[in-house]
Design a protein around this ligand. Structure first.
Ligand code: ATP
Length: 258
């Protein structure tokens, strides 16, 4: 495995009265796509947000080998792109302007958008196939169309690290397949992708899987490794089984015997 793009040690997060992440040690390699999976409430979103510096956390986080606290904010915003779950955008903003928000870390405070910013916005919108509704308001788009605009905003950052919480929500199967292709291109170029996925069949297409359970890492391994499949079955209380079907790993639900 290559050097970690993102690493944390002794990471703890409290939300309200409770500690929801306990002493997490994790190293996510560059040039790979890691899926985070686990039962509801396990702490997947919290861990992703903590790694993105969107939540206060105790412990150490390193981004591209440098402690997170030592990154100037704008430089860090160019290193990590974030696509959140149900991310709200201003409903009246045009899709193109929403994607342009991804270019803010590249712009001077008063300079405005450069030709490079416009080119990055168009490239990202072409890649997620949302360029044709660039002049429509975000609020007028369907759930899947909106998700493609928000993915384009994350891609427009052109960050080496892409963190995505449930990026496939609302996407139909062809656009899920397109998302897989986008992520694979990103990691083939040496980038790092980390995504929280509830759809275990899609998580099994990743390079690696991190399994969370009750605020701790239950397993971290290659998606194709039988040990990862056994760990997946265990964290979901053996209510799913991993099988090879037509050369792919799939997760099939197991009905409870009455
Ligand atoms: N603002 C908050 N205050 C208190 N507890 C919170 C808060 N936000 C989340 N939690 C709790 O932290 C735990 C982890 O939540 P998190 O959203 O990270 O889980 P998850 O694994 O992403 O869940 P899901 O699969 O349901 O999306 C849960 O028990 C949740 O109830």
């Amino acid at each position: 495995m290559s050097a970690p793009a993102l690493q944390c040690s002794g990471l703890r997060v409290r939300l309200g009265e409770r500690e929801v992440l306990h002493d997490i040690d994790l190293a996510l390699p560059a040039g790979r796509w890691t899926a985070m999976a686990g039962p509801n409430g396990a702490g997947k979103t919290t861990l992703l947000k903590a790694l993105a510096q969107l939540l206060p956390a105790h412990g150490r986080i390193d981004i591209l080998g440098r402690p997170a606290a030592r990154w100037p904010v704008r430089e860090r915003a160019r290193a990590i792109a974030w696509l959140g779950q149900g991310d709200a955008g201003a409903e009246d903003l045009l899709a193109r302007d929403v994607v342009m928000l991804g270019r803010l870390p590249h712009q001077d405070w008063l300079g405005g958008a450069s030709p490079a910013d416009h080119a990055a916005v168009e490239a990202a919108m072409q890649e997620t196939q949302c360029w044709e509704w660039r002049t429509r308001a975000l609020g007028s788009l369907s759930g899947g169309e909106r998700q493609r605009v928000l993915l384009a905003r994350a891609l427009a950052v052109q960050a080496p690290i892409l963190l995505m919480d449930e990026p496939l929500s609302h996407l139909d199967p062809p656009h899920q397949a397109d998302w897989l292709a986008i992520v694979r291109r990103h990691v083939a170029r040496g980038g790092t992708a980390v995504s929280v996925l509830h759809e275990i069949g899609l998580a099994l297409q990743a390079d690696d899987i991190v399994l969370l359970q009750a605020g701790r890492i239950a397993h971290h391994g290659a998606a194709a490794d039988p040990a990862t499949h056994r760990a997946l079955e265990a964290v979901f209380a053996h209510r799913l089984q991993v099988h090879a079907v037509a050369g792919r790993w799939v997760a099939l639900p197991v009905e409870e015997v009455q």
